[in-house]
Design a protein around this ligand. Structure first.
Ligand code: PMP
Length: 443
């Protein structure tokens, strides 16, 4: 369609109709953002918001960090495109830097632009290493991206109409520490689930599973934590059944959990680690770290036109350097401690709060209607999200009843204590309002 429209406001109105990703009739709560600085963002109406979802917007540093912006501008002036058959100086520096901060024995690194593509890179590596295997094991409620392959690897999702193209994922159960099955404890559920996983692997799939991929702490699938015993048991099963262990740290990496990697937090020993989000300081960047023995790519295995996009790489080099220089993992640990202490106090007053989860600044609240049945408070959680946004604080939310009803608090790691305290004050207020409206009495 050729347009004769020149007025920006008209174009924006028509654009809302034209955008493929808009739900029918639009989403009334969706903001049009025009600027971001640190932990603050502004919409096109001039409203200011405190951003407690930076992690979803893929930044562990606050928005507009001058070190990242300057590096990106300088790279833009010099060279904006180089095929992956060439290096740039920043690419070589970032490769060395990533290996220097990698957990365990991971000493080879590859880059791409999206977490989903990095997961695909990890799967390709696993398949190169296990040429006869035809399956990859994944966990229930895991989340690994939105390409067709990574959607198939993700949780069974009502919207996941695409998994049918990829039948080669072996979906394994996960333990549930908040809702353990059959009246058991979380530890008993963990032991039982490990036994079920062993059973599934023993039943004829030996040698046919190239790898097992999971998140050290499930993010999009409901902020589900695991016990140390689970991680240890899974490593043992990987060794026993010849599966590579792929840890997806797209969401948990680069300081978010209070350490540089959640793998350190939980003492994991991944064969392949996937990173993304925070690594680019707000620019698209992701990648994979692996052990030397598994670095078996052949020419052309992962050559994408923009795979090593120089601007993202330069921004990433500045962002990772800044995360180290500012010791953001320690900031995340301190802020996370403060936030969880306050939220646990709020939990004694707010019946809606079923559980407070962390670590670091990967914080969430599971909202429930009843502490015994633990029925997810879906409508209430959405109301908390909407009312907080109207009061100028943007939290993350999980809208899927099957995955629990969560309010997520994942601000930039360099948010100030005052800002974080203000966000929690607003959360306290809106929880009271929503509880009052739904006739949920104080504890
Ligand atoms: N893995 C995990 C654990 C994630 O949380 C995400 C993004 N939420 C992805 C992979 C996919 O990353 P991207 O959206 O950059 O493709």
């Amino acid at each position: 369609m050729t347009s004769t429209l020149t007025d920006a406001a008209d174009l924006q109105l028509l654009g809302k109709e034209a955008l493929l990703h808009e739900p029918p009739g639009g989403d009334p709560e969706k903001l049009t953002l025009v600027r971001a600085q640190g932990s603050l963002v502004w919409d096109d109406q001039g409203n200011e918001y405190l951003d407690c979802t930076a992690q979803a917007w893929s930044n562990n540093l606050g928005a507009g960090d001058p070190r990242v912006i300057e590096a990106a501008i300088a790279q833009t002036r010099e060279l904006t495109h180089a095929r992956p058959t060439f290096h740039t100086p920043a690419l070589l520096e970032l490769a060395a830097l990533m290996v220097s901060i990698a957990p365990g024995q991971l000493n080879r690194v590859g880059f791409t632009l999206h977490g989903s593509m990095a997961v695909e890179m990890a799967l390709k590596l696993a398949l190169r290493n296990r040429p006869d295997a035809e399956h990859v094991a994944v966990l229930h409620d895991g989340y690994h991206g939105r390409s067709i392959t990574t959607m198939a690897a993700s949780w069974p999702h009502p919207q996941n109409a695409f998994g049918r193209l990829q039948p080669h994922f072996l979906r394994l159960p996960r333990p549930d520490l908040y809702r353990p099955r059959l009246g058991s404890t979380g530890e008993e559920d963990t032991e039982r689930t490990l036994a079920v996983v062993r059973d599934i692997l023993e039943k004829g799939t030996e040698g046919s599973v190239a790898a097992l991929i999971y998140e050290p702490l499930q993010g999009n699938g409901g902020h589900n934590e695991f016990s140390p015993r689970w991680h240890q048991g899974i490593r043992e099963l990987c060794d026993e059944f010849g599966m590579l262990l792929i840890i997806d740290e797209v969401q948990t990496g680069l300081g978010r959990t209070g350490k540089m990697w959640a793998s350190e937090y939980y003492d994991l020993d991944p064969d392949i680690l996937v990173f993304g989000k925070g690594v680019g300081g707000g620019f698209p960047l992701a990648g994979v770290l692996t052990k030397q023995e598994y670095a078996k790519f052949q020419a052309g295995d992962d050559q994408l036109t923009f795979g090593q996009f120089p601007i993202s790489i330069a921004a990433g080099l500045a962002a990772v350097s800044a995360i180290i220089e500012d010791d953001l993992p320690a900031r995340a640990a301190e802020h996370g401690h403060y936030a969880t202490e306050r939220l646990r106090e709020m939990q004694t007053r707010h019946p809606l709060i079923g559980e407070v989860r962390s670590p670091g600044l990967m914080v969430s609240l599971e909202l429930v209607r009843d502490h015994v049945t633990k029925e997810p408070a879906t409508t209430e959680a959405h109301e908390v999200f909407v009312r907080a946004q109207r009061k100028g604080v943007i939290f993350g939310e999980s809208r899927y009843a099957s995955l629990g009803s969560l309010i997520k608090i994942k601000p930039p790691l360099d948010i100030t204590r005052d800002q974080l305290s203000h966000a929690l004050d607003v959360l306290d207020e809106v929880l009271t309002d929503v509880e009052t409206d739904h006739g949920i009495g104080p504890r």
